[in-house]
Design a protein around this ligand. Structure first.
Ligand code: URA
Length: 438
């Protein structure tokens, strides 16, 4: 077997065998297959797709590319729950959901990624908190899960290293929005990290990699099937990503919004999504008998401060400055903050979430090349969402930029990202479908 034959076979639309996928993923992980061949193969998969069998085999090969955690010795008898998003704009859901679920008594041990194309990444966001480290050892992961009940780690500790390598390549080679690559990326991490039960938040719309409901449903079904095959309980929620989630887009801005949400003061759509996903985690773990009771428990831990206390303990355990949790206004903030005026009066009908994400990347909040540094302070704070009535000149959003030049370029693009019409339009639904579960 050699990598060129495997690339060529996929380029020509062939179906790769389990042995070929194992060989290729092993080569990527060991470094025997260089980035340029891996990138060519990713592009072939992007154009040719994969059968369900290939996607499952790829996932299992990626999950087996490093250690596979069994966390039951740390927490005997416990059901370890995880959640994962397929990626969106303003998607800081993990930052709020994970502490809420942990405060409800569910151990959450989670591996998260960095920004991918126009979508942000949980690890980049958390790194806005001075001192916080996602790159922790497996021993640290286990100890923290036991002591704090919540750990969010970057892809180190040799968990799914093949995904770490391919993820960084996909981000900069235009090969992110591929159903088999997304399914294998997400599920390989979930299987390797040893969760028993997984809630998948599959984003759908312009700010997601799956733009239409049928595409999002296909991705959700595939991931639920892979999880079940591997003996895990999996539910997928398909959720709204036509417009940015919440109001904040950009790393430190999103951490601030997540902290507000842990206090019960998040923007309506984000607060709702967070509480729905956390409730689903309680349900899938068997910690609540029905959705209404799960929701009540979630509301309680937010109202009585336990969710925020859990976030604080988690930040401290991973070396972060907890004063920033109590004073989020001290998180990195951009030197230039400029309002974007509405070009016309009317109702906001659409906000091109992808463009808002790309503007944020160009402001310095994401990467254009592998390993680029991130500016945690930059981003966009929305002030009008779909359904809002605006008058000409009123601020649609605020650009947070490193300098006046990047801010000016962002303003024009953000004005164009808003569609304003004369007639009113309703707010957008948050949960579009649920696949798997009860
Ligand atoms: N999240 C992941 O972990 N991988 C993807 O490919 C997309 C979103």
């Amino acid at each position: 077997m050699n990598p060129v034959d495997i690339i060529t076979k996929k380029r020509d639309g062939g179906e790769l065998t389990r042995q070929e996928l194992d060989f290729f993923i092993h080569g990527v992980t060991s470094g025997a297959i260089p980035d340029y061949q891996a990138a060519a193969w990713l592009m072939a998969v992007y154009f040719r797709g994969m059968t369900d069998q290939e996607t499952t085999d790829l996932t299992l090969a990626m999950a087996a590319s490093g250690d596979q955690l069994d966390l039951h010795d740390v927490l005997p008898g416990a059901i370890i729950v995880d959640k994962h998003s397929s990626g969106g704009v303003g998607d800081k859901t993990t930052l709020a959901v994970a502490p809420i679920a942990a405060a409800c008594g569910l151990p959450v041990g989670k591996m998260s990624g960095r920004g991918l194309s126009f979508s942000g990444g949980t690890i980049d966001k958390l790194e806005s908190i001075a001192g916080w480290k996602g790159e922790i050892s497996e021993a640290h992961f286990r100890r923290q899960l036991q002591e704090v009940g919540l750990v969010i780690a970057a892809q180190t500790a040799n968990l799914a290293p093949a995904d770490k390598l391919l993820y960084a390549l996909r981000d900069v080679t235009g090969t992110v929005p591929s159903l088999p690559l997304i399914a294998a990326s997400i599920m390989s991490k979930k299987l390797a990290a040893g969760a028993d039960a997984i809630v998948l938040d599959v984003k759908c719309g312009r700010g997601a990699f799956m733009e239409t409901l049928p595409e999002a449903q296909a991705l959700a079904r595939q991931m639920v099937a892979i999880g079940r095959l591997a003996g895990r309980k999996v539910t997928a929620l398909i959720t709204q990503m036509a417009q940015p989630l919440g109001l904040a887009v950009g790393n430190a801005l999103e951490v601030q919004e997540a902290i507000a949400t842990l206090r019960g003061q998040g923007p309506a759509d984000f607060q709702e999504l967070v509480e729905v996903v956390a409730s689903e985690m309680l349900l899938i773990a068997g910690a609540a008998n029905d959705r209404a009771r799960a929701r009540t428990h979630v509301s309680q831990v937010i109202a009585d401060g336990r969710a925020l206390a859990k976030f604080r303990a988690f930040v401290a355990a991973q070396g972060g400055d907890v004063h920033l949790v109590d004073h989020p206004e001290r998180l990195p903030s951009a030197p230039v903050q400029v309002a974007v005026p509405a070009p016309a009066s009317g109702y906001v009908h659409a906000i091109d979430a992808r463009e808002v994400g790309l503007v944020t990347v160009d402001l310095g909040g994401g990467r254009l090349k592998k390993g680029d540094p991130i500016d945690p302070a930059v981003g966009v704070l929305l002030r009008a969402k779909v359904g809002a009535q605006v008058t000409v000149g009123q601020p649609l959003c605020t650009v947070h930029a490193a300098n006046a030049g990047t801010a000016a370029a962002a303003i024009t693009r953000l004005q164009a990202a808003y569609t304003i019409k004369d007639d009113p339009t309703p707010d957008l639904a948050i949960v579009l479908d649920r696949i798997g579960g009860d």
